[in-house]
Design a protein around this ligand. Structure first.
Ligand SMILES: Cc1cc2nc3c(=O)[nH]c(=O)nc-3n(C[C@H](O)[C@H](O)[C@H](O)COP(=O)(O)O)c2cc1C
Length: 170
């Protein structure tokens, strides 16, 4: 039986939620990672993915200017990186330099990949849609990578307090 409640209460039942990190070059020339829960695949052919980025984020202007970005699926071992990139702003610091997270160069776009991630996708911006307090950016995937030597389990947010970890089947 269902009991009617607020949207906020009902949405709290969504966890676990996949974690992604988008990396985009900003106006100062630094590669700025932003942690995202709101991401999705939108098409097989051509391969397209979408990310939802808040109006207040430093990454928003960078995405509009660079028109290309990397979407990374962090490994379950990368919770500290995801929390850092999701609580600090590129307006105030160079997140990659500060954390020292290992990266490798992208090959098609001007960007970097997270070397220890489960997978990385280079995307070219196709379109954007205003959706309220966030903007939906849709990118066409132009290069893809998987980690063959390291952790292959993705990172998830387990609850609304941003507790993160690996999801183990029941
Ligand atoms: C687990 C987690 C998920 C998040 N999901 C999103 C998201 O989907 N969209 C968004 O705009 N911000 C999201 N955030 C918040 C941004 O990552 C955060 O505001 C970040 O500091 C913005 O960085 P920037 O100012 O360098 O762009 C999330 C944060 C965390 C910790």
């Amino acid at each position: 039986m269902q009991i009617q409640t607020s949207c906020e209460q009902a949405i709290n039942r969504k966890y676990p939620e996949q974690v992604a990190i988008a990396i985009v070059k900003d106006a100062q020339g630094k590669y700025n990672p932003i942690t995202l829960g709101w991401t999705m695949i939108t098409s097989h052919r051509p391969p397209m993915m979408a990310i939802s980025v808040g109006h207040t984020r430093h990454s928003l202007g960078a995405l509009r200017q660079a028109r290309e970005f990397v979407i990374c699926f962090p490994a379950s071992t990368m919770s500290e990186d995801a929390l850092f990139c999701g609580t600090k702003s590129g307006r105030d610091l160079d997140k990659l330099a500060e954390r020292g997270t290992e990266t490798q160069p992208a090959t098609v776009i001007d960007g970097v990949l997270f070397a220890d991630a489960v997978a990385n996708f280079e995307c070219k911006l196709e379109s954007e849609l205003e959706t309220g307090d966030h903007v939906l950016f849709v990118g066409r995937v132009v290069a893809s990578y998987v980690n063959e030597t390291g952790e292959t389990h993705r990172l998830y947010t387990l609850d609304k307090d941003h507790r993160m970890g690996r999801v183990v089947p029941d």
